[in-house]
Design a protein around this ligand. Structure first.
Ligand SMILES: NC(=O)c1ccc[n+]([C@@H]2O[C@H](COP(=O)([O-])OP(=O)(O)OC[C@H]3O[C@@H](n4cnc5c(N)ncnc54)[C@H](O)[C@@H]3O)[C@@H](O)[C@H]2O)c1
Length: 281
């Protein structure tokens, strides 16, 4: 299928054939939920064809993209599996043609699935390194760092084969710069993602492939579900958020859109923080 045919404006005209990503193909890991899902919808609105890669059922995201007249394909993928990452990119290219944009949003907060801030608020000392199981540390690193590397590696290999550049966006976190007690696996993983951004950006700088990251602050997604009903956890989060509110996944998607579009054509190796003012230096 050619890209020109892949995205058609519907009568409501919301998926724009003249949009900022018109004719592009975007692969989004973690696209079944939260920030990845918001990127899928935002990018589709700008005319990109969307491939959603997630462990979880991504039919809801496909439906949201189709509702605005876009095109989306869901491919069940575990990003910790290198072969599945390669197969994902192959299938994306087979379905829609050259892959131009990758967003690596698949991630977890803890091996147990709870968010760090909520488990820490409930139980001071929870998940401190002195009580941390090595397997739990490894699991977070595996998903948040190795999975991101494998996604980017497969995407960059494809972009090199295509020979026309591309843009890869990692979803890191402000936790990669702010040490949070009780969140060693997550903080270390996100610091790793930020460093991966910079190393890959240098390695690929002359190929036309740009590597950047977003580092969101606290964002209202299932990853921190229930935080608004937990005054202690919310208080901890807002203590380091000058705007005193949670971000919306759509606000993170807007930052990703800038890095995905040609408007950031001279930007590589950077991290952009949609984080309500967490860093003002
Ligand atoms: N929500 C926040 O406050 C916040 C803040 C900073 C950074 N982030 C980061 O944003 C990214 C997206 O998180 P979110 O808030 O949208 O959470 P989310 O839980 O809504 O979405 C994460 C998605 O990743 C998928 N996933 C997890 N492991 C996977 C794997 N091995 N292979 C494929 N898919 C996998 C999940 O199934 C889920 O759909 C994560 O990397 C997270 O660390 C979130």
């Amino acid at each position: 299928m050619s890209m020109e045919g892949a995205v058609r404006a519907q009568p409501n005209g919301l998926a724009r054939v003249d949009g900022r990503l018109a004719g592009k193909v975007a692969v989004i890991t973690g696209g079944a939920s939260g920030i990845g899902q918001a990127c899928a919808v935002r990018f589709a609105r700008e005319g990109a064809a969307i491939v959603i890669a997630d462990l979880a059922d991504a039919r809801r995201t496909v439906a949201l993209v189709e509702e605005i007249g876009g095109t989306a394909l869901a491919i069940s993928t575990d990003t910790t599996n290198a072969e599945q990452c390669e197969a994902l990119i192959d299938q994306a290219a087979e379905a829609f043609g050259p892959v131009n944009i990758i967003v690596a949003s698949a991630g977890i907060a803890t091996a147990a699935g709870r968010s760090n801030v909520q488990s820490r608020a409930a139980s001071p000392g929870a998940s401190d390194v002195v009580t941390l199981a090595a397997a739990d540390f490894r699991r977070v690193i595996d998903v948040n760092v190795t999975g991101v590397m494998q996604t980017a590696r497969a995407g960059a290999r494809q972009m090199l084969r295509q020979g026309s550049g591309g843009t890869i966006i990692f979803v890191a976190s402000t936790a990669g710069r702010i040490p949070l007690a009780g969140a060693a696996p997550y903080c270390v993983s996100k610091a790793g993602v930020w460093m991966l951004t910079k190393v890959m950006a240098l390695e690929l700088a002359q190929t036309g492939i740009r590597i950047n990251a977003v580092g969101p602050g606290y964002t209202a997604t299932p990853l921190i579900a229930g935080i608004e009903d937990d005054p202690h956890a919310l208080g901890m989060a807002m203590a380091i958020t000058p705007m005193k509110r949670l971000g919306l996944p759509e606000e993170v998607a807007d930052a990703c859109l800038y890095l995905a579009s040609d408007e950031s054509s001279f930007v590589t190796g950077q991290i952009l923080h949609p984080a309500g003012g967490q860093f003002t230096d």
